[in-house]
Design a protein around this ligand. Structure first.
Ligand SMILES: [Zn+2]
Ligand SMILES: [Zn+2]
Length: 230
């Protein structure tokens, strides 16, 4: 964990600015508020570091505490501006993603056919990365069918969704906002269109802003066009 913090933080020498650390709410000029709960042999409680891209500063020990409480996947997210360092991964349970296309058009996309994505996830036992490790989770409504227009932008979204799937970001285990059931597989902040020729749930077409919205949601998880060349 220390190595991850040191990879993305540059230690500041000299007197830190007169600012608060937004993780522990102590001044940067005083020691980290996590010094009694988070131990490190190589990071001093007074050490202050700056994230290399967004330039936000925190106690290095505070970021270490934050990282250690997460799923420790080698990535860090700035608690101030949400910039992602490294490759953020999620806690999506095991499953399968299938893609096919067919010629019928979606409402609002008369000029092209349709991409169908089918997600398969079965119920199972929660792992250490889930809210209640060792307890079962349910998987309702699978397989889940989702639709994209088969045009250039829709195909780009599809490729990014494949990256998000591989990084376990499409679903998570939590509480369903529609049924209130806990310990169940739920969508994870990347919206999908689950209706093709109707729009009864609000998750259907036409929706002229959908592709842009989902691109922004993917970017918020660190999945952007930059990931496609890899
Ligand atoms: Zn702090
Ligand atoms: Zn930041």
């Amino acid at each position: 964990p220390e190595a991850v913090v040191k990879k993305y933080l540059e230690e500041l020498k000299g007197t830190p600015a007169d600012e608060d650390c937004i993780i522990c709410m102590e001044k940067l000029s005083s020691p980290s508020g996590y010094s009694d709960t988070c131990e490190s042999s190589t990071i001093r409680p007074e050490a202050v570091g700056r994230l290399t891209n967004c330039q936000h500063s925190f106690h290095m020990l505070c970021l270490l505490a934050m990282y250690s409480n997460g799923n420790k996947d080698g990535s860090l997210q700035c608690p101030s501006c949400k910039t992602i360092y490294g490759e953020k991964t999620g806690t999506q349970p095991k499953g399968k993603m299938e893609v096919s296309t067919f010629p019928q058009s979606l409402p609002g996309h008369k000029d092209c056919g349709t991409i169908q994505i089918v997600y398969h996830i079965s119920r199972g036992i929660q792992g250490p990365e889930h809210p209640n490790p060792g307890m079962p989770y349910t998987a309702r409504g699978f397989p889940r069918y989702c639709y994209l227009p088969d045009n250039e932008k829709g195909r780009k979204v599809l490729e990014l969704l494949k990256v998000a799937w591989k990084r376990r970001l499409i679903f998570t285990v939590g509480t369903s906002s529609t049924t209130g059931e806990s310990n169940t597989v739920v969508w994870n902040e990347i919206h999908h269109k689950t209706e093709m020729d109707s729009n009864l749930s609000g998750h259907g077409y036409p929706d002229p802003n959908y592709l842009d919205n989902v691109l922004a949601e993917l970017a918020a998880q660190g999945v952007t066009e930059d990931c496609l060349g890899q």
